[in-house]
Design a protein. Sequence first.
Length: 219
Amino acid sequence: MRLFLDTANIQEIRDGARLGVISGVTTNPSLAATEGIGDRESYKSAVQEIADIVDGPISVEVVSLDSAGMIDEGREIAEWIPDPWVKIPSTPDGFEAISTLAKDGIKVNQTLCFSVNQALLGAQAGSTVVSPFIGRLDDIGHEGIELVGEIVDVFEKHHIQTQVLAASIRHTLHCTMAAQVGAHIATVPYRVLLQMVQHPLTDAGLDRFISDWKKASGS
Ligand code: E4P
């Protein structure tokens, strides 16, 4: 399972990329707004800066609600960076846009997916990846991780090439479980990435190694 960073914060992306474990970035309009980005030109320049830092797919979301607008935006976004994944929502207009963009050879991250049927529709339309949202399903009392596993199983059973990107990850266990149920990619907030690194026994073990070494070397 590959790991992406789920943020539009340039510093977080720089810091995360330095670990050498990140192979892509996902953004969305809310993440962009958190960074004070609210117009096309600023989104474009932030995305270009992200693409300079991370050598991998960068997901950029459209904000139109109608298929024609999504297609126009998707075609424009596809010119911004070397490896764009255009994020299109799982709506009727979205499926129409996905099928047109996929025919153009543009890679699509089908976002806001909350059911196996939406994932199946996106796959037929030509989504490169589908993003089931774990945390938002948990928020309304469903086990979000189960959806990820169900989509993985159905895609495997039917030899569907669309990959499964576990999104809306809120904590480290989500990431572990996404890997266990076979997600191809998990996109994690920077905070969760840092938590994934941590283990108290690693810290305690390191303290012991260093203090034993200092004692033995008399330093
Ligand atoms: C990523 O592609 C999604 O937009 C993101 O993971 C959503 O996360 P949230 O539900 O925590 O906002």
